[in-house]
Design a protein around this ligand. Sequence first.
Ligand code: C5J
Length: 224
Amino acid sequence: MVSLLEAQPSPLTLDGSTTALLIIDMQRDFLEPGGFGESLVNDVSLLAAAVPPCRAVLDAARAAGLLVVHTREGHRPDLSDAPPAKLERGAPTARIGAPGPMGRILIRGEPGHAIIPALTPRAGEPVIDKPGKGAFYATDLADILAARAIATLLVCGVTTEVCVHTTVREANDRGYRCVVIGDACGSYIPEFHAAGLAMITAQGGLFGWVCESAAVVTALGRLG
Ligand code: C5J
């Protein structure tokens, strides 16, 4: 069954059997005080507005039977998967691997690495641990999507201009139709959020489509 999704620069059809919801890095390290986001001197409260829209599309995707995939940015405790160029950035006390109030910053298994409680993955929903900004780099995401013949990705999460954008660019080059759910994304820098969304739809849809969470809920409701 297909459903029409209102989006920019044009509406598009969603086929529930070949569409997945991809939720990027909604981790405590980015959204809560004391994590990686705050270590880079960001106001992490700016990301809170994205949580209810993410929850709304997550509920709608689950009800419609879509594949839901979650990602987490983070590194092995021995940092062997973190290139020096990434590790050496930022103040030494606030770098990846440094101790913080939520455990070592951006390290797998630490409290800060977990997805926020409101969006906790359910059993059966793949969780992709990624060492980079893009969710395809050094992960098995492409295999998981191919096994389900996924052609369209509904993408949300944080941050708009970094991990969401990098993932959408990777996915676009791999042939996926990418729909970014604008109000379900967030950035520490509002101008970057707005520019990031504008870049996706520019020139007839350079990297895909942008829509609102309410439109996704409506479209998925017709599939459920
Ligand atoms: C960043 C991310 N901003 N998930 N990561 O470093 O966007």
